[in-house]
Write a protein that binds this ligand. Structure first.
Ligand SMILES: Nc1nc2c(ncn2[C@@H]2O[C@H](COP(=O)(O)OP(=O)(O)OP(=O)(O)O)[C@@H](O)[C@H]2O)c(=O)[nH]1
Ligand SMILES: [Mg+2]
Length: 204
């Protein structure tokens, strides 16, 4: 039934673009992720001052993806991008144990923001190619992900350099935004909307 709703939504709003905001500490791999998704290749990056925005097509869905600079002095400005956000990608350097608690604080700050109340949250455990990377299980514990109760969340192991895990992450977001579209499509509204999983999913 959910698939039927999303087809109807696609038919009614063929040009709808979903908004993704990508945040995380400096050096986490956000810009690398953005251009891997946009161009399909690894690019040489510089620390982002301000933001980058690109269009990303995943299957038949269009996403406007905002990549925000993660340096400490830029983080207070993240909230100015939050309005109308369908999904947030939080990119975390899985080798950066020293700053895991800072990353956790930033994550929980954004979860409290009113403009992100209905947004799906995808945590990318990035740099999995490096040998001292924390596993998804370790990161879930360090970041206390299981205490997230009011958002639909998921953690995905990724390597932005090679693109590993990125499609799985986009698939998770696609399922979330299609579920939202189905639930808000006028034609679909008299029908029962597909149930969202209550328990967050975790991919090892
Ligand atoms: N080994 C490895 N290096 C990565 C990966 N992703 C990104 N990097 C490297 O990490 C460094 C920082 O990547 P960026 O994408 O610029 O990081 P950022 O999160 O955009 O940083 P700010 O713009 O400062 O917020 C670069 O040298 C990337 O090549 C990955 O999956 N594996
Ligand atoms: Mg950047």
């Amino acid at each position: 039934m959910g698939q039927l709703f999303s087809l109807v939504a696609q038919y009614l709003f063929p040009n709808k673009e979903y908004k993704i905001v990508m945040v995380g500490l400096d050096n986490a791999g956000k810009t690398t992720t953005l251009y891997r998704l946009h161009l399909g290749e690894a690019v040489v990056t510089q620390p982002t001052v301000g933001s980058n925005v690109e269009c990303v097509q995943y299957k038949n869905l269009k996403f406007e993806v905002w990549d925000l600079g993660g340096q400490a002095n830029l983080r207070p400005s993240w909230a100015t991008y939050y309005r109308s956000t369908d999904a947030v990608i939080v990119v975390i350097d899985s080798t950066d144990r020293a700053r895991a608690s800072i990353a956790k604080n930033e994550l929980f700050n954004l979860l409290d923001h009113e403009h992100l109340a209905g947004s799906a949250i995808l945590i990318m455990a990035n740099k999995q190619d490096l040998k001292d990377a924390m596993t998804v299980k370790e990161m879930s514990d360090v970041l206390a992900l299981h205490s997230i109760k009011r958002h639909d969340w998921h953690i995905q192991a990724t390597c932005a350099k090679t693109g590993e895990g990125l499609m799985e992450g986009m698939e998770w977001i696609a399922q979330r935004v299609k579920g939202e579209a189905a639930a808000t499509t006028p034609l679909a509204s008299p029908q029962p909307s597909p149930a969202k999983p209550l328990a967050p999913q975790m991919r090892a």
